[in-house]
Design a protein around this ligand. Structure first.
Ligand code: FES
Length: 108
């Protein structure tokens, strides 16, 4: 497991990640998506598990992302498919700490 730190403090991380926006984050060459909704952060694969469209252009709802290509939707926390038939979205553990936002991704 690799752990990445976004920002140098809790408040800096909160300032860097605007609410209800899909951010593209490069973690040593692995591109992931990061979303903040109120006080919750969600990190997940940036491509759709259905046919690989970019989820950076997806639509956000409360705790849900909807792919812009065929409209499949996924739970941001669990990655579970809400609408559509495909594998689940890969999600990553996120923790807001005093040192910044920690994102844990499995080793490839
Ligand atoms: S590629 Fe995302 S729903 Fe088909």
């Amino acid at each position: 497991m690799k752990v990445f730190l976004i920002g140098a403090s809790k408040s800096q991380a909160e300032q860097m990640i605007a609410e209800d926006t899909i951010h593209q984050i490069d973690l040593d060459g692995q591109i992931i998506a990061l979303v903040r909704q109120k006080d919750e952060f969600f990190a997940f694969q940036s491509t759709c598990p259905h046919r690989g469209a970019s989820l950076l252009r997806g639509d956000l709802d409360a705790g849900i992302i909807r792919c812009s290509l065929h409209g499949y939707s996924f739970d941001l926390k669990s990655g579970e498919v809400q609408l559509g038939l495909c594998s689940a979205l890969e999600t990553y553990s996120v923790e807001l700490t005093e040192e910044g936002l920690k994102i844990s991704v499995p080793n490839e």
